[in-house]
Write a protein that binds this ligand. Sequence first.
Ligand SMILES: [Cu+2]
Length: 124
Amino acid sequence: MTNRIRTLLVAVLFLGMAAACGSSSSGGSTGGSGSGSGSTASGNTVTIQSFQFHPATLTVKAGTKVTFTNEDGTPHTATANPGSSFDSGSLSKGQSFTFTFSKPGTYTYICNFHQTMKGTIVVQ
Ligand SMILES: [Cu+2]
């Protein structure tokens, strides 16, 4: 009886250690390969999806027209914050807003409805 319990305990401990090792190693490998699809990108479009701006940081050259498109069923905005350089107003699903960034600088913006949504446009 006692031996059986001890065997069970050892088995449980062993399984627990194996599980811990497995999860830590797989987490490390996904972190490494995931860097390729980082949130910084070039181009001239920002997609609003799943309550996030994609890419979170977009780098463009001065004079670039940037288009923000909402793909969520929920209305969102792209609103300069701090500052008042641009404001898309409420964008329903499928609607987009285009703004020309003519002056170099770093423009941070939020969604007025969900102020935890943050994005950055870097104008070079
Ligand atoms: Cu929003």
